[in-house]
Design a binder for this molecule. Structure first.
Ligand code: CTP
Length: 408
Protein backbone atom coordinates (compact mmCIF):
# COMPACT_ATOMS: atom_id res chain seq x y z
CA UNK A 1 0.00 0.00 0.00
CA UNK A 2 1.33 3.44 -0.87
CA UNK A 3 2.51 5.35 2.17
CA UNK A 4 1.38 8.92 2.53
CA UNK A 5 2.96 11.95 4.14
CA UNK A 6 1.27 15.20 5.11
CA UNK A 7 3.98 17.85 4.69
CA UNK A 8 3.49 21.18 6.44
CA UNK A 9 5.65 23.94 4.99
CA UNK A 10 6.02 26.88 7.36
CA UNK A 11 7.56 30.27 6.69
CA UNK A 12 11.32 30.07 6.62
CA UNK A 13 13.97 30.54 3.97
CA UNK A 14 14.59 26.77 4.19
CA UNK A 15 11.14 26.23 2.62
CA UNK A 16 12.85 25.95 -0.77
CA UNK A 17 14.52 22.74 0.45
CA UNK A 18 11.09 21.28 1.14
CA UNK A 19 10.42 21.31 -2.59
CA UNK A 20 13.34 18.93 -2.94
CA UNK A 21 11.92 16.79 -0.12
CA UNK A 22 8.64 16.51 -2.06
CA UNK A 23 10.49 15.54 -5.24
CA UNK A 24 12.55 12.86 -3.47
CA UNK A 25 9.51 11.39 -1.72
CA UNK A 26 7.60 11.21 -5.00
CA UNK A 27 10.60 9.45 -6.60
CA UNK A 28 10.19 6.82 -3.88
CA UNK A 29 6.50 6.58 -4.70
CA UNK A 30 5.47 8.06 -1.37
CA UNK A 31 2.30 10.14 -1.60
CA UNK A 32 2.73 13.76 -0.48
CA UNK A 33 -0.05 16.15 0.38
CA UNK A 34 0.98 19.63 1.50
CA UNK A 35 -0.24 22.34 3.79
CA UNK A 36 1.41 25.69 3.11
CA UNK A 37 1.13 28.27 5.90
CA UNK A 38 0.56 31.92 5.09
CA UNK A 39 4.18 32.68 5.93
CA UNK A 40 5.32 29.61 3.97
CA UNK A 41 3.68 31.00 0.83
CA UNK A 42 5.99 34.03 1.10
CA UNK A 43 8.90 31.68 0.37
CA UNK A 44 7.49 29.09 -2.05
CA UNK A 45 4.43 29.37 -4.24
CA UNK A 46 1.40 27.10 -3.96
CA UNK A 47 1.82 26.41 -7.66
CA UNK A 48 5.34 24.96 -7.33
CA UNK A 49 4.27 22.86 -4.31
CA UNK A 50 1.20 21.59 -6.19
CA UNK A 51 3.16 20.75 -9.34
CA UNK A 52 5.82 18.81 -7.45
CA UNK A 53 3.42 16.98 -5.15
CA UNK A 54 0.93 16.30 -7.92
CA UNK A 55 -1.87 17.19 -5.51
CA UNK A 56 -3.89 20.14 -4.34
CA UNK A 57 -2.18 22.40 -1.79
CA UNK A 58 -4.14 23.21 1.36
CA UNK A 59 -3.72 26.67 2.82
CA UNK A 60 -6.83 27.93 4.57
CA UNK A 61 -8.62 26.66 7.64
CA UNK A 62 -11.85 28.33 6.70
CA UNK A 63 -11.95 27.46 3.03
CA UNK A 64 -15.41 26.24 2.11
CA UNK A 65 -14.16 24.44 -0.97
CA UNK A 66 -11.31 22.67 0.87
CA UNK A 67 -13.53 21.70 3.77
CA UNK A 68 -16.15 20.36 1.38
CA UNK A 69 -13.54 18.30 -0.47
CA UNK A 70 -11.57 17.18 2.59
CA UNK A 71 -12.26 18.28 6.17
CA UNK A 72 -9.18 19.40 8.11
CA UNK A 73 -9.55 16.50 10.56
CA UNK A 74 -9.52 13.97 7.75
CA UNK A 75 -6.58 15.79 6.17
CA UNK A 76 -4.59 15.30 9.38
CA UNK A 77 -5.46 11.61 9.69
CA UNK A 78 -5.24 10.48 6.08
CA UNK A 79 -1.43 10.38 6.11
CA UNK A 80 0.82 7.79 7.77
CA UNK A 81 3.16 10.51 9.00
CA UNK A 82 2.94 14.27 9.45
CA UNK A 83 6.13 16.18 8.65
CA UNK A 84 6.81 19.83 9.42
CA UNK A 85 9.67 21.24 7.33
CA UNK A 86 10.75 23.88 7.93
CA UNK A 87 9.49 24.01 11.51
CA UNK A 88 9.91 27.64 12.55
CA UNK A 89 10.36 28.86 16.13
CA UNK A 90 6.85 30.30 15.98
CA UNK A 91 5.28 27.02 14.86
CA UNK A 92 7.24 25.03 17.49
CA UNK A 93 5.95 27.42 20.16
CA UNK A 94 2.37 26.96 18.99
CA UNK A 95 2.71 23.19 18.80
CA UNK A 96 4.27 22.96 22.26
CA UNK A 97 1.35 24.93 23.69
CA UNK A 98 -1.42 23.25 21.75
CA UNK A 99 -2.49 26.37 19.84
CA UNK A 100 -4.58 25.90 16.74
CA UNK A 101 -5.20 29.15 14.92
CA UNK A 102 -4.64 28.12 11.31
CA UNK A 103 -4.88 25.01 9.15
CA UNK A 104 -1.34 23.77 9.93
CA UNK A 105 -1.62 24.03 13.72
CA UNK A 106 -5.16 22.64 13.71
CA UNK A 107 -4.07 19.62 11.67
CA UNK A 108 -1.13 19.10 14.03
CA UNK A 109 -3.41 19.13 17.05
CA UNK A 110 -6.01 16.90 15.41
CA UNK A 111 -3.68 14.25 14.05
CA UNK A 112 -3.42 10.77 15.52
CA UNK A 113 -0.30 10.00 13.47
CA UNK A 114 3.39 10.34 14.34
CA UNK A 115 4.84 13.79 13.73
CA UNK A 116 8.37 14.58 12.55
CA UNK A 117 9.69 18.14 12.66
CA UNK A 118 12.71 19.64 10.90
CA UNK A 119 13.47 22.85 12.80
CA UNK A 120 15.04 25.76 10.93
CA UNK A 121 15.86 29.11 12.44
CA UNK A 122 18.58 31.59 13.35
CA UNK A 123 21.13 30.08 15.85
CA UNK A 124 20.21 32.58 18.57
CA UNK A 125 16.55 31.68 18.20
CA UNK A 126 17.38 27.96 18.38
CA UNK A 127 19.52 28.49 21.49
CA UNK A 128 16.89 30.66 23.22
CA UNK A 129 15.57 29.11 26.45
CA UNK A 130 12.00 29.49 25.18
CA UNK A 131 12.74 27.44 22.05
CA UNK A 132 14.63 24.89 24.13
CA UNK A 133 11.65 24.55 26.46
CA UNK A 134 9.30 24.13 23.51
CA UNK A 135 11.45 21.49 21.84
CA UNK A 136 11.81 19.56 25.12
CA UNK A 137 8.05 19.68 25.57
CA UNK A 138 7.49 18.45 22.02
CA UNK A 139 9.92 15.58 22.57
CA UNK A 140 8.09 14.65 25.75
CA UNK A 141 4.90 14.67 23.69
CA UNK A 142 6.50 12.04 21.43
CA UNK A 143 7.29 14.33 18.48
CA UNK A 144 10.35 13.30 16.46
CA UNK A 145 13.03 15.76 15.48
CA UNK A 146 15.49 15.72 12.59
CA UNK A 147 18.27 18.33 12.71
CA UNK A 148 18.88 21.19 12.87
CA UNK A 149 22.44 21.18 11.58
CA UNK A 150 25.35 23.48 12.07
CA UNK A 151 26.34 25.73 9.21
CA UNK A 152 26.00 29.10 7.57
CA UNK A 153 22.54 30.59 7.74
CA UNK A 154 20.77 32.67 5.13
CA UNK A 155 21.21 35.65 7.49
CA UNK A 156 24.99 35.20 7.30
CA UNK A 157 25.39 33.93 10.86
CA UNK A 158 27.04 30.59 11.53
CA UNK A 159 25.72 28.12 14.09
CA UNK A 160 23.16 25.48 14.90
CA UNK A 161 19.83 26.15 13.24
CA UNK A 162 20.15 25.18 9.57
CA UNK A 163 17.38 22.85 8.50
CA UNK A 164 18.51 19.24 7.95
CA UNK A 165 19.30 18.52 4.30
CA UNK A 166 16.49 17.07 2.14
CA UNK A 167 18.27 13.72 1.99
CA UNK A 168 18.41 13.48 5.82
CA UNK A 169 14.76 14.45 6.10
CA UNK A 170 13.72 11.88 3.50
CA UNK A 171 15.77 9.19 5.27
CA UNK A 172 14.10 10.03 8.57
CA UNK A 173 10.69 9.92 6.88
CA UNK A 174 11.39 6.53 5.26
CA UNK A 175 12.58 5.11 8.55
CA UNK A 176 9.41 6.23 10.31
CA UNK A 177 7.22 4.88 7.54
CA UNK A 178 8.99 1.52 7.53
CA UNK A 179 8.82 1.07 11.24
CA UNK A 180 5.53 2.82 11.80
CA UNK A 181 3.85 -0.41 12.85
CA UNK A 182 6.53 -1.84 15.18
CA UNK A 183 6.21 -1.58 18.96
CA UNK A 184 9.37 0.53 19.18
CA UNK A 185 8.33 3.10 16.61
CA UNK A 186 8.48 6.54 18.11
CA UNK A 187 10.31 5.49 21.28
CA UNK A 188 13.39 7.39 22.38
CA UNK A 189 16.60 5.86 23.67
CA UNK A 190 20.02 6.70 25.04
CA UNK A 191 22.84 4.24 24.37
CA UNK A 192 26.25 4.68 25.99
CA UNK A 193 29.23 3.12 24.25
CA UNK A 194 33.00 2.90 24.23
CA UNK A 195 35.40 3.65 27.07
CA UNK A 196 35.72 6.82 29.09
CA UNK A 197 39.12 8.39 29.53
CA UNK A 198 40.11 10.10 32.74
CA UNK A 199 42.89 12.64 32.49
CA UNK A 200 45.87 12.47 34.85
CA UNK A 201 47.57 15.44 33.29
CA UNK A 202 47.31 17.07 29.83
CA UNK A 203 49.06 14.13 28.16
CA UNK A 204 48.28 11.03 30.24
CA UNK A 205 45.03 9.30 31.01
CA UNK A 206 43.40 6.24 32.52
CA UNK A 207 41.10 4.18 30.29
CA UNK A 208 40.20 0.64 29.19
CA UNK A 209 40.04 -1.62 26.14
CA UNK A 210 36.41 -1.01 25.11
CA UNK A 211 36.14 -0.68 21.31
CA UNK A 212 32.55 0.63 21.18
CA UNK A 213 31.59 -2.16 18.75
CA UNK A 214 28.81 -3.61 20.92
CA UNK A 215 27.38 -0.26 22.00
CA UNK A 216 27.41 1.14 18.48
CA UNK A 217 25.69 -2.03 17.19
CA UNK A 218 22.94 -1.72 19.84
CA UNK A 219 22.42 1.95 18.92
CA UNK A 220 22.09 1.14 15.23
CA UNK A 221 19.77 -1.83 15.79
CA UNK A 222 17.45 0.33 17.92
CA UNK A 223 17.50 3.04 15.28
CA UNK A 224 16.53 0.50 12.59
CA UNK A 225 13.56 -0.51 14.75
CA UNK A 226 12.25 3.05 14.57
CA UNK A 227 13.71 4.32 17.85
CA UNK A 228 15.03 7.88 18.07
CA UNK A 229 18.52 7.14 19.38
CA UNK A 230 21.07 9.39 21.07
CA UNK A 231 24.42 7.63 21.23
CA UNK A 232 26.78 8.95 23.90
CA UNK A 233 30.20 7.60 23.11
CA UNK A 234 33.69 7.76 24.51
CA UNK A 235 36.63 7.92 22.09
CA UNK A 236 36.52 4.93 19.70
CA UNK A 237 37.86 3.97 16.29
CA UNK A 238 34.45 2.59 15.27
CA UNK A 239 32.74 4.72 12.60
CA UNK A 240 29.69 6.64 13.85
CA UNK A 241 26.61 4.47 13.34
CA UNK A 242 23.44 5.58 11.63
CA UNK A 243 21.49 7.04 14.57
CA UNK A 244 19.71 10.31 15.26
CA UNK A 245 22.37 11.97 17.38
CA UNK A 246 25.92 11.14 18.42
CA UNK A 247 27.43 12.97 21.40
CA UNK A 248 31.16 12.43 21.76
CA UNK A 249 32.53 12.72 25.27
CA UNK A 250 35.77 11.83 27.06
CA UNK A 251 35.17 11.37 30.78
CA UNK A 252 32.51 9.69 32.91
CA UNK A 253 31.36 13.07 34.23
CA UNK A 254 30.84 14.29 30.66
CA UNK A 255 29.05 11.05 29.76
CA UNK A 256 26.58 11.55 32.60
CA UNK A 257 25.97 15.19 31.61
CA UNK A 258 25.33 14.19 27.98
CA UNK A 259 22.90 11.46 29.07
CA UNK A 260 21.02 13.84 31.35
CA UNK A 261 20.73 16.32 28.51
CA UNK A 262 19.20 13.65 26.26
CA UNK A 263 16.39 12.89 28.76
CA UNK A 264 13.51 12.15 28.72
CA UNK A 265 13.70 8.78 26.99
CA UNK A 266 11.85 5.46 27.09
CA UNK A 267 14.88 3.19 26.93
CA UNK A 268 18.45 3.39 28.25
CA UNK A 269 21.12 0.87 27.30
CA UNK A 270 24.44 1.44 29.08
CA UNK A 271 27.03 -0.48 27.13
CA UNK A 272 29.95 1.85 27.85
CA UNK A 273 32.89 0.65 29.89
CA UNK A 274 32.94 3.61 32.24
CA UNK A 275 36.11 4.13 34.25
CA UNK A 276 35.13 3.59 37.87
CA UNK A 277 37.63 6.11 39.19
CA UNK A 278 39.27 9.34 38.07
CA UNK A 279 42.36 11.01 39.45
CA UNK A 280 41.33 13.26 42.34
CA UNK A 281 43.57 16.07 41.16
CA UNK A 282 43.94 16.65 37.49
CA UNK A 283 47.33 18.27 36.92
CA UNK A 284 47.25 21.40 34.81
CA UNK A 285 50.81 20.77 33.60
CA UNK A 286 52.53 17.57 32.52
CA UNK A 287 53.96 15.68 35.50
CA UNK A 288 57.76 15.70 35.17
CA UNK A 289 60.20 13.00 36.21
CA UNK A 290 62.54 14.30 38.87
CA UNK A 291 65.90 12.59 39.08
CA UNK A 292 66.15 10.43 42.19
CA UNK A 293 62.50 10.92 43.19
CA UNK A 294 59.90 8.18 43.72
CA UNK A 295 57.27 7.79 40.95
CA UNK A 296 54.20 9.89 41.83
CA UNK A 297 51.26 8.19 43.48
CA UNK A 298 47.84 9.05 42.14
CA UNK A 299 44.84 9.39 44.42
CA UNK A 300 41.52 8.39 42.84
CA UNK A 301 37.94 9.42 43.48
CA UNK A 302 34.91 7.46 42.37
CA UNK A 303 33.16 8.43 39.12
CA UNK A 304 29.40 8.86 38.93
CA UNK A 305 27.59 5.63 38.07
CA UNK A 306 25.60 6.56 34.98
CA UNK A 307 23.48 3.41 34.86
CA UNK A 308 22.59 3.66 38.54
CA UNK A 309 21.80 7.37 38.25
CA UNK A 310 19.46 6.90 35.28
CA UNK A 311 17.80 3.82 36.81
CA UNK A 312 17.24 5.73 40.04
CA UNK A 313 15.60 8.82 38.57
CA UNK A 314 12.54 9.83 40.57
CA UNK A 315 10.72 11.68 37.88
CA UNK A 316 10.77 10.60 34.24
CA UNK A 317 12.63 7.35 34.90
CA UNK A 318 13.03 5.62 31.53
CA UNK A 319 10.64 2.67 31.26
CA UNK A 320 13.41 0.19 30.51
CA UNK A 321 16.96 0.59 31.81
CA UNK A 322 19.49 -1.99 30.67
CA UNK A 323 23.07 -2.42 31.83
CA UNK A 324 25.91 -4.53 30.50
CA UNK A 325 28.07 -6.37 33.00
CA UNK A 326 31.67 -6.94 32.02
CA UNK A 327 32.89 -9.88 34.10
CA UNK A 328 35.97 -12.04 34.17
CA UNK A 329 34.62 -14.55 36.73
CA UNK A 330 31.43 -15.55 38.64
CA UNK A 331 29.36 -14.10 35.84
CA UNK A 332 25.92 -15.11 37.13
CA UNK A 333 26.42 -13.98 40.74
CA UNK A 334 27.94 -10.69 39.64
CA UNK A 335 25.20 -10.04 37.10
CA UNK A 336 22.45 -10.74 39.68
CA UNK A 337 24.22 -8.43 42.12
CA UNK A 338 24.47 -5.64 39.52
CA UNK A 339 20.75 -6.00 38.75
CA UNK A 340 20.06 -5.28 42.42
CA UNK A 341 22.70 -2.67 43.21
CA UNK A 342 22.25 -0.63 40.04
CA UNK A 343 18.45 -0.70 40.15
CA UNK A 344 18.24 -1.45 36.44
CA UNK A 345 15.65 -3.74 34.81
CA UNK A 346 17.87 -6.01 32.74
CA UNK A 347 21.54 -6.89 32.73
CA UNK A 348 23.37 -8.31 29.74
CA UNK A 349 26.40 -10.08 31.18
CA UNK A 350 29.43 -10.94 29.13
CA UNK A 351 32.71 -12.61 29.81
CA UNK A 352 35.54 -10.21 29.11
CA UNK A 353 38.39 -12.41 30.29
CA UNK A 354 41.35 -12.26 27.94
CA UNK A 355 40.80 -15.68 26.34
CA UNK A 356 37.30 -14.64 25.16
CA UNK A 357 38.72 -11.83 23.04
CA UNK A 358 35.57 -9.78 23.68
CA UNK A 359 37.21 -6.36 23.85
CA UNK A 360 37.74 -5.24 20.28
CA UNK A 361 36.60 -8.64 18.94
CA UNK A 362 33.70 -9.25 16.56
CA UNK A 363 31.90 -11.82 18.74
CA UNK A 364 30.24 -11.77 22.12
CA UNK A 365 28.72 -14.51 24.26
CA UNK A 366 26.19 -13.09 26.68
CA UNK A 367 23.52 -13.99 29.21
CA UNK A 368 20.39 -11.89 29.64
CA UNK A 369 19.12 -11.35 33.19
CA UNK A 370 15.66 -9.80 33.47
CA UNK A 371 13.81 -9.16 36.71
CA UNK A 372 11.18 -11.85 37.18
CA UNK A 373 12.24 -13.77 34.08
CA UNK A 374 14.37 -16.84 33.56
CA UNK A 375 17.98 -16.21 32.59
CA UNK A 376 18.76 -16.65 28.91
CA UNK A 377 22.17 -17.80 27.77
CA UNK A 378 22.71 -16.89 24.14
CA UNK A 379 25.22 -18.74 21.97
CA UNK A 380 28.36 -17.02 20.80
CA UNK A 381 27.12 -14.44 18.27
CA UNK A 382 28.54 -11.50 16.38
CA UNK A 383 28.09 -8.24 18.30
CA UNK A 384 25.68 -7.21 15.56
CA UNK A 385 23.58 -10.34 16.17
CA UNK A 386 23.67 -9.76 19.95
CA UNK A 387 22.37 -6.24 19.31
CA UNK A 388 19.59 -7.50 17.00
CA UNK A 389 18.54 -10.16 19.52
CA UNK A 390 18.53 -7.63 22.36
CA UNK A 391 16.39 -5.24 20.32
CA UNK A 392 13.96 -8.10 19.58
CA UNK A 393 13.65 -8.67 23.34
CA UNK A 394 13.12 -4.94 23.90
CA UNK A 395 10.43 -4.90 21.18
CA UNK A 396 8.68 -7.91 22.78
CA UNK A 397 8.77 -6.13 26.13
CA UNK A 398 7.08 -3.00 24.74
CA UNK A 399 4.65 -5.11 22.70
CA UNK A 400 3.48 -6.84 25.89
CA UNK A 401 3.17 -3.49 27.64
CA UNK A 402 1.17 -2.16 24.68
CA UNK A 403 -1.25 -5.12 25.03
CA UNK A 404 -1.54 -4.58 28.79
CA UNK A 405 -1.96 -0.82 28.40
CA UNK A 406 -4.82 -1.23 25.94
CA UNK A 407 -6.51 -4.12 27.79
CA UNK A 408 -10.03 -3.21 28.95
N1 CTP B 1 28.39 1.79 34.49
C1 CTP B 1 28.04 3.12 34.46
N2 CTP B 1 28.79 4.03 35.15
C2 CTP B 1 29.86 3.64 35.90
C3 CTP B 1 30.21 2.28 35.92
C4 CTP B 1 29.47 1.38 35.20
O1 CTP B 1 27.08 3.48 33.79
N3 CTP B 1 30.54 4.53 36.54
C5 CTP B 1 27.54 0.83 33.77
C6 CTP B 1 28.18 0.19 32.58
O2 CTP B 1 27.93 0.92 31.40
C7 CTP B 1 27.47 -1.15 32.56
C8 CTP B 1 27.21 -1.45 34.02
O3 CTP B 1 27.27 -0.21 34.69
O4 CTP B 1 26.23 -1.07 31.93
C9 CTP B 1 28.19 -2.39 34.66
O5 CTP B 1 29.49 -1.97 34.41
P1 CTP B 1 30.73 -2.85 34.89
O6 CTP B 1 31.97 -2.15 34.49
O7 CTP B 1 30.51 -4.26 34.50
O8 CTP B 1 30.52 -2.82 36.46
P2 CTP B 1 30.96 -1.83 37.54
O9 CTP B 1 29.80 -1.03 37.98
O10 CTP B 1 32.15 -1.08 37.10
O11 CTP B 1 31.31 -2.85 38.73
P3 CTP B 1 32.63 -3.75 38.91
O12 CTP B 1 33.78 -2.86 38.65
O13 CTP B 1 32.48 -4.18 40.33
O14 CTP B 1 32.51 -4.90 37.96
Amino acid sequence: MTKRVLLIIAGGIAAYKSLDVIRRLREREIGVRCILTNAGSQFVTPLSVASLSGDKVFTELFSLTDEAEMGHIKLSRDADLVVVAPATADLLGKMANGLADDLATTALLATDKPVLIAPAMNPEMWAHPATKRNVEQLMRDGIHVVGPNEGEMACGEIGLGRMAEPDEIVQAICRHLQSSLGPLAGKRAIVTSGPTIEAIDPVRFLSNHSSGKQGHAVAEALHKAGVDVTLVSGPVREPAPNVDKVVEISSAVEMLQACEQALPVDIVVCVAAVADWRPADQQAQKLKKQAGEEPPSIRFVENPDILKTLAGLDSARPQLVIGFAAETENIEQNAERKLQTKGCDWVVANNVSAEQNTFGGVHNEVMLFRRGNRVEAWPKLTKQAVADQLVRRIAEHFDQRRDTDTAP
